[in-house]
Design a protein around this ligand. Structure first.
Ligand code: UGA
Length: 447
C-alpha cells in the first residue's frame, strides 16, 4: 500500500519505518529543511533503540522516501498518517495549528480517494471538527479515522510490534477495516469505537499513568513523614493485580513530551467543557512540586547553596533517550542556579540538547560523570541511566567534598551500599523506620 506519513518526529518516523519494514511503500513528509536534508542523507535525527537499523533497511530497499512537499506525497497514496506536533500553549490549550495546516493542504490537494489516519494526539471532538471544516469539502472523498499511539520513547520500535491494543476510531467500517490492515502482521487486539472516544481514550490513558506516578510520589512523601519505606510499600501495592506494579516508581515525577502536555491539555479541555477535573489538577500540581523538593532538601542540609558545587547526573527526561523536553533536570538546574550554586551536569546522550537551555548560565557539562562530580558537595541523580547506577561510587566519594550528599531523585541506587560508602544519602520516601510511626505519632497527639 502507498502511504504518506506527515511529520517525522518520534511517532511519525517510527510509523514510517515500521510500515516500510512491513512491506508498504512509504513517503514521509518533513517541513524542517535541515531535518529533511539529514533524512535524505540517511541520517536518523533522533535516538531511538532499534530505529537506525530499520530505517537503513527501509531506505536501502527503496520502501521509504522523504519529501518536503505534502502535495507530492499525496500523489498515489491511499492513506495519509498525520503525526505532527500538538504542543501545549501557555494556558494548557493544545496548539492545533500544525494539524489544521495538514488537514487544509490535504483537502486542497488530494486527487484520489484517501483515508486520513490521525496519530497526533488531538482533543476529543477535534476529529469531527476536522471532517466538517476540511475533509467534507475536499476535491476527492476522504475517510477519517483516529488511531492514537501508545509508544514509549526508548522502546517505541518494540512497542509498535507489541502493543497492548490497537485503537481505531471511526464511523466508516471500511475505513476501520482498511486501517486495521496496516497492522495485519501485529498480534494485538484491535479495538474499534467512534472517533471522539478514541481521542478520549488516548488522553485518559496518559492521564491515568500520570495519576499513578503522582499518587505514588505523594505516598513516598508521606512515607518520609511517618518513617515508612516507599520501596516496601509500592511493592505491596503493586502486587495487587487490580492495581498492577507499573508506574508506581516514586521519584522526581514525570517529564517528557507527552504526560505534561497531555495532562495540561485534558485539564484545559475539562475547563472548556465546564467540568472541574479536580483529581487531574492535583496530579499536575503534585508533579510540579515534586521537582522542587530536591533543592529544598539541599538547602536544609547545606544552609545555603551560594558558590557550592552541585553535580546533576542525568539530563534526559528518562533513560534511553536524548529527549530533554520537560525533563525534571532542567527545572532542578534552574533552581540550583537561582540559589547561586555552581552546577556541573552529565548525561550519556542529552548534553548537546541541554546545553542550549543554559547558554550563559553557570552550568558546565561533562560527558564523564566523574569529572562532573569532582569537587562537589552534593550529587543529584536526576535520570536513572544504567551507566550512573554502575559508577564506582567509592571513587566518587573520594573526589567529592563534605558533607558528601547524594540525592537519589529516582530511588535507583542501592541505599545500603550508598550509606556504606559514607554518603549522606537521601532518596524519595526511602526511609528506614528507626523510631516513630504514624500510629505512635497519632497516639502522641491523642495523649
Ligand atoms: C508516554 C506513555 O507511556 C506512552 O504510552 C505514550 O504513547 C506516550 O507517553 C505518548 O503519549 O506519546 P513516554 O513519554 O515515552 O511515554 O514515557 P514513559 O516511559 O511513560 O515515562 C514518562 C515519565 O514518567 C518519565 O519522566 C518517567 O521517568 C516517569 N515515570 C514513569 C515515573 O516517574 N515513575 C514511573 O513509575 C514511571
Amino acid at each position: 500500500m502507498n502511504i504518506a506519513v506527515v511529520g517525522t518526529g518520534y511517532v511519525g518516523l517510527i510509523a514510517a519505518c515500521c510500515l516500510a519494514r512491513s512491506g508498504h511503500q512509504v513517503i514521509a513528509v518533513e517541513k524542517d529543511t535541515d531535518k529533511l536534508g539529514q533524512l535524505k542523507k540517511g541520517v536518523v535525527p533522533i535516538f531511538e533503540v532499534g530505529l537506525d537499523e530499520i530505517f537503513k533497511e527501509a531506505v536501502a530497499r527503496d520502501r521509504l522516501n522523504f519529501t518536503g512537499d505534502l502535495k507530492e506525497a499525496l500523489g498515489e497514496s491511499a492513506a495519509v498518517i498525520v503525526a505532527v506536533g500538538t504542543p501545549s500553549e501557555a494556558d494548557g490549550r493544545v496548539d492545533l495549528s500544525q494539524v489544521e495546516k495538514v488537514a487544509l493542504a490535504t483537502a486542497q490537494h488530494v486527487g484520489q480517494p484517501l483515508t486520513v489516519i490521525m496519530k497526533s494526539t488531538v482533543p476529543p471532538g477535534i476529529g469531527l471538527m476536522l471532517c466538517e471544516r476540511y475533509f467534507k469539502k475536499s476535491k476527492a472523498p476522504i475517510r477519517y479515522v483516529s488511531n492514537p499511539e501508545f509508544l514509549r520513547e526508548g522502546r517505541a520500535v518494540s512497542d509498535w510490534y507489541n502493543p497492548d491494543r490497537i485503537v481505531i476510531g471511526g464511523d466508516d467500517p471500511e475505513a476501520i477495516a482498511f486501517t486495521a490492515q496496516l497492522y495485519s502482521d501485529i498480534d494485538a487486539p484491535i479495538v474499534t469505537m467512534d472517533v471522539t472516544s478514541a481521542e478520549m481514550a488516548k488522553y485518559a490513558s496518559n492521564a491515568f499513568l500520570a495519576t499513578k506516578i503522582s499518587f505514588i510520589n505523594e505516598i513516598a512523601n508521606l512515607c518520609e513523614q511517618v518513617g515508612a519505606d516507599i520501596d516496601a510499600v509500592a511493592n505491596v501495592v503493586g502486587m495487587d493485580k487490580r492495581i498492577g506494579s507499573h508506574f508506581l516508581h516514586a521519584g522526581l515525577g514525570y517529564g517528557g513530551s507527552c504526560f505534561p502536555k497531555d495532562t495540561r491539555g485534558l485539564n484545559y479541555i475539562s475547563t472548556f467543557n465546564n467540568y472541574d477535573f479536580k483529581l487531574l489538577k492535583a496530579v499536575i500540581e503534585v508533579n510540579t512540586i515534586q521537582r522542587s523538593l530536591v533543592v529544598g532538601k539541599l538547602l536544609q542540609e547545606l544552609g545555603s547553596l551560594d558558590g557550592k558545587k552541585v553535580a546533576v547526573l542525568g539530563l534526559s527526561f528518562k533513560p534511553g533517550t536524548d529527549d530533554i523536553r520537560e525533563a525534571p533536570s532542567l527545572d532542578i538546574i534552574a533552581r540550583l542556579i537561582d540559589q547561586g550554586a555552581k552546577v556541573s551536569a552529565s548525561d550519556p546522550m542529552a548534553i548537546d540538547n541541554a546545553r542550549h537551555n543554559f547558554l550563559g548560565a553557570d552550568v558546565e557539562f561533562y560527558s564523564d560523570p566523574y569529572t562532573a562530580c569532582d569537587g562537589c558537595v552534593a550529587v543529584v541523580l536526576a535520570t536513572e541511566w544504567e551507566t550512573f547506577l554502575s559508577l564506582d561510587w567509592a571513587r566518587i566519594k573520594s573526589i567529592m567534598k563534605p558533607p558528601y550528599i547524594v540525592f537519589d531523585g529516582r530511588n535507583a541506587l542501592d541505599k545500603e551500599a550508598m550509606l556504606g560508602y559514607g554518603f549522606n544519602y537521601t532518596g524519595i520516601g526511602r526511609t528506614i523506620s528507626t523510631e516513630g510511626s504514624l500510629v505512635r505519632s497519632q497516639a502522641d497527639s491523642a495523649s
